[in-house]
Design a protein around this ligand. Structure first.
Ligand code: CP
Length: 336
């Protein structure tokens, strides 16, 4: 494996190899595997889990890491092509990314969606432009349209909990949120569950359909795995027999970049907050998943988050084990 940019780049056999390696590293520490190796981490946006789990994971494998947050103690970086750089940014990523790569053996970049240009965000233009000038193994720490590290950890979490693959029912539910949020996590989650072979239902109010490009990628994954993908606005129908409810808010594609219109569409949808009553038609012991951070009693009620259904902390821990597997394969080789 040379890069870890999108889970959809990997064969299912490669995903299975990473998950098996992650479980081995969880059971049996390998403290010298990446001795002397350095990981450079570039965060254009905030993080708790991604930043901490990569640094902890690299240290557990004997390597080290450094973090750059552009504009916070380092130069502000320009990401657009062909602009006259007479604004706040003192340096362009076309120089900064290769420079940082020259100090490390691998690089990770977090670069969220613009939130203004849907076509550019769906094409992941900013992240892909940086990937083009990165000469070392690159990891996507969440880009405009994907969060493969989260997806891999979520897949492992469901495996750990013996949640069925074929025949497993995975509901990705839209949730209300005070802000219009990016499409990266819902796009990653719907693809991951379909690629795992599950029957996936996207539950969302009218106007919050995921873009066709996102649904089509998930459907292609379902064809490969034997799973299925559908969408509905009917909560009772979606929840019938569900093994997992994965909550996330996302912006309405039709009003991308228009917060006033988007906010008007969201008004009146505050009851899209996952509560215990949602699980009445679900499978016994159905689980609640969320990538975190999550707003309590906005996206999900305390009763669910504090109850036995919630596996959110396990998902976050699995970020570290699965990313260690990614680092191991990128920097040490081997695998499927
Ligand atoms: N889930 C996730 O990526 O968390 P952070 O934004 O805290 O890194």
């Amino acid at each position: 494996m040379k890069r870890f940019l999108y889970l959809s780049d990997l064969e299912r056999e490669e995903v299975r190899d990473l998950l098996a390696l992650a479980s081995r590293l969880e059971r049996q520490p390998d403290r010298d595997a990446l001795g002397g190796k350095i990981l450079a981490l570039v965060f254009f946006n905030p993080s708790l889990r991604t930043l901490a789990s990569f640094q902890a994971g690299m240290a557990r494998l004997g390597g080290s890491s450094f973090v750059i947050s552009p504009g916070q103690g380092s130069w502000q970086l320009e990401t657009r092509s062909g602009v006259v750089m007479d604004g706040a940014a003192a340096e362009h990523v076309r120089e900064a990314i290769p420079v940082l790569a020259s100090y490390g053996d691998a690089l990770g970049i977090r670069s969220f969606a613009s939130g203004t240009d849907l076509a550019a965000d769906l094409a992941d233009e900013t992240f892909r432009a940086m990937a083009e000038v990165c000469p070392v193994p690159l990891i996507n720490l969440e880009s405009a349209i994907d969060h493969p590290c989260q997806a891999l950890a979520d897949w492992k979490t469901m495996d750990d909990l013996d949640i069925p693959t074929r025949g497993g029912k995975f509901v990705l539910s839209w949730a209300w949120h005070p802000k219009a949020l990016p499409l990266a996590v819902p796009a990653a989650a719907v693809h991951m569950a379909a690629y795992r072979g599950m029957d996936v239902t996207v539950l969302r109010p009218e106007g919050f359909q995921l873009p066709p490009a996102v649904m089509d990628r998930a459907r292609r994954a379902a064809v490969l795995s034997g799973g299925s993908v559908r969408e509905t606005a009917d909560r009772e129908e979606a929840m019938a027999g569900a093994h997992v409810v994965y909550a996330k808010s996302w912006t309405a594609p039709a009003h991308y970049g228009d917060p006033t219109a988007e906010s008007a569409l969201r008004a009146g949808l505050r009851d899209w907050c996952v509560g215990e009553d949602w699980f009445a038609p679900a499978a016994p012991g159905a689980r609640f998943m969320h990538c975190l951070p999550v707003r309590r009693n906005v996206v999900v009620r305390d009763e669910v988050l504090d109850g036995p259904r919630s596996v959110v902390v396990r998902e976050a821990e699995n970020r570290m084990w699965t990313q260690m597997a990614v680092l191991y394969r990128l920097l040490k080789g081997g695998g499927a």
